[in-house]
Design a protein around this ligand. Sequence first.
Ligand SMILES: NC(=O)c1ccc[n+]([C@@H]2O[C@H](COP(=O)([O-])OP(=O)(O)OC[C@H]3O[C@@H](n4cnc5c(N)ncnc54)[C@H](O)[C@@H]3O)[C@@H](O)[C@H]2O)c1
Length: 393
Amino acid sequence: MVGYAFMGAAHSQAWRTVNRVYDLPARARMALICGRDTGKVAEAADRLGWEAYTTDWRDLIARDDVDVVDVCTPGDSHAEIALAALAAGKHVLCEKPLANTVSEARAMAAAAATAQAAGVRSMCGFNYRRVPAVTMMRQLVADGRLGVIRHVRATYLQDWIVDPQFPLVWRLQKDKAGSGALGDIGAHIIDLTQYVTGQLITGVSAVTETFVKERPLPAGSSGLAATVDGDGHRPATGPVTVDDAAVFVARLDGGALATYEASRFATGRKNALRVEINGSLGSVVFDLERLNELEFYDATRPAAEQGFSRILVTEGEHPYMSAWWPPGHIIGYEHSFTHQMRDFIEAVATGVDPAPSFADALQVQLVLDAVGRSAELGSSWTDVEPALATVAA
Ligand SMILES: NC(=O)c1ccc[n+]([C@@H]2O[C@H](COP(=O)([O-])OP(=O)(O)OC[C@H]3O[C@@H](n4cnc5c(N)ncnc54)[C@H](O)[C@@H]3O)[C@@H](O)[C@H]2O)c1
């Protein structure tokens, strides 16, 4: 694994847990973790349960006993690491968004297609697909329980940079992150809604904004936390080069209309991901703050009995749940990563392609790109380039 901070910890937890919960055809051995700082990566290896550590990710690629490379670094190193790993015949799990640009994502999808012919698998870490209630939403749509999908309404709201003194971490720098709220959290709701509905976004009209344009330089950072130099001097500042918020409307290829909002300035909203889907036969609502639940409205029921019902998605027959606890004993955020590792290991061990593939993640990247271009063009309608044509080209 490369990277040992936020996602490094979440993925490590999942790698540690997955074989103890699920009966799988292969066991994960946590062989080697990479970070740039010797002291910190040594401490992380010990704390997170890795056998060894290194400060150069090329060591992972060079080792014969490493079969899988898990990329948990910021977007500016995804392409380089993933391309080298695939070329060396390593299966790759790469965090989202797949890359910082469409051209990087295109190269990664092409490399994944080439590697796939030799039995090498790759997957992008859109973990929210693996929240059981979200997986169940997809099943309801696929089973026709919602009828024809008319509306998709998706919001992903955070507030960790409302304070203008919050430092200029890598997530606020275009060269490191590619984009801001759009690629970081907007990418999740793009993938989630396309996965649930089975429909792809074909075009968008967008606005984006950077509310705070200059911020103090950070002394240190990890995940969504950071510190500023506390030596009593006014800290040096730098420009914020990404969006703080992105809002867009979209058309989906099955005829649905969709709205998306991704913001880091939604005061009071910590990690509020909510999706509502309305169809001709019913509606379904998912709220990450109540991730064990699904609200379902079934319009085929007798009129007197209609209303949103709350389904507690903890039964053994619900997706992923049979291996966990008795019904009603709820799960949380980290379980989505365990489910991700379960599906990845199973796919690799049985020789099938896991999803979302790099081609799927390239398609999300093309949506992000269309949103960015639309916003630059005063919200003008912007078509999303078809992903398959791009991979083949
Ligand atoms: N799936 C999710 O829900 C989710 C949540 C948060 C972040 N992410 C994604 O995970 C990735 C990492 O985000 P994070 O929040 O963990 O960031 P972070 O800042 O917490 O951690 C980044 C890690 O990468 C390491 N790193 C950076 N460049 C490196 C290099 N060249 N070689 C080796 N190590 C390097 C850093 O030392 C650090 O350990 C991003 O792509 C982000 O979008 C996904």
